[in-house]
Design a protein around this ligand. Sequence first.
Ligand SMILES: CC(C)(COP(=O)(O)OP(=O)(O)OC[C@H]1O[C@@H](n2cnc3c(N)ncnc32)[C@H](O)[C@@H]1OP(=O)(O)O)[C@@H](O)C(=O)NCCC(=O)NCCS
Length: 233
Amino acid sequence: MRPLNRTSHHRGLHRMRGFSFTMRKAHPTDVNQFMTLIALADPDHPDPYGEAREFVLTRHGAPLEGEGLLALVAVDETGKLVGALLAGIPKWVFTHVGIPTQFEIPLSRRVANVHGVAVHPEYRYKGVGRSLIRQAEEEFKAAGWRVMTLEHPAHLDDYYARLGYTNHNAIVVNLPSSLISVRIDDTRVSARSLHPRARLASVFGIPGPVINGLLPGTDMPENAWFDGRRLRS
Ligand SMILES: CC(C)(COP(=O)(O)OP(=O)(O)OC[C@H]1O[C@@H](n2cnc3c(N)ncnc32)[C@H](O)[C@@H]1OP(=O)(O)O)[C@@H](O)C(=O)NCCC(=O)NCCS
């Protein structure tokens, strides 16, 4: 039997608990509503998601190109924006000191990050947040990305776990040369594989999932363990 809470999809129309909405990429005319909504995902920031404003205004037609940004909106039947999502390449790919320069570009075509997702307070618990995240996953997956990550406060652990994400204080990435640990301030860092080659493995000695298979030569043996410096099997 079909679970009651499932969102039904029909020609791009999502219907859940009597509420219908569609999703699309943000248009330049959405910019103010988009910025107001997405700010809800980082309310303490002085200029939340400032980089999204110019993107929505000028490069809306070229998602996933250049800086790899994706700005999605959910729209109700009256045309009102009820949800927003911004995703792109995680900053740590270019700033983490442990990543050799030659791996930065290849990694940036493999790892995507949901920078923020927010739903208008009156439209929560209707499947809008989940649908936006699933849509972003589909877009990046179709364009060849292998893993989706996100940063979130600990109180949303259950929310993201139900969407198939791991919840930890850090994620570890297996690179051809080394393991790197990604930790972002006090937030949780979560991940979900989008590709059969990208596997999130738990490894003895490492307190979070290890992401394998993003770059050539980084598939890890099943029995791998960490000796404090490197992987052994
Ligand atoms: C987090 C947020 C995006 C969720 O959006 P939403 O549209 O209400 O969520 P959905 O309806 O898609 O929820 C999917 C499932 O998670 C559950 N869920 C929703 N919010 C939850 C929460 N805060 N904690 C735990 N579970 C939650 C829902 O009950 C639903 O489960 P169900 O299908 O069994 O009913 C929304 O609450 C929001 O905008 N919050 C403020 C901004 C924010 O914190 N963004 C995230 C920053 S990383």
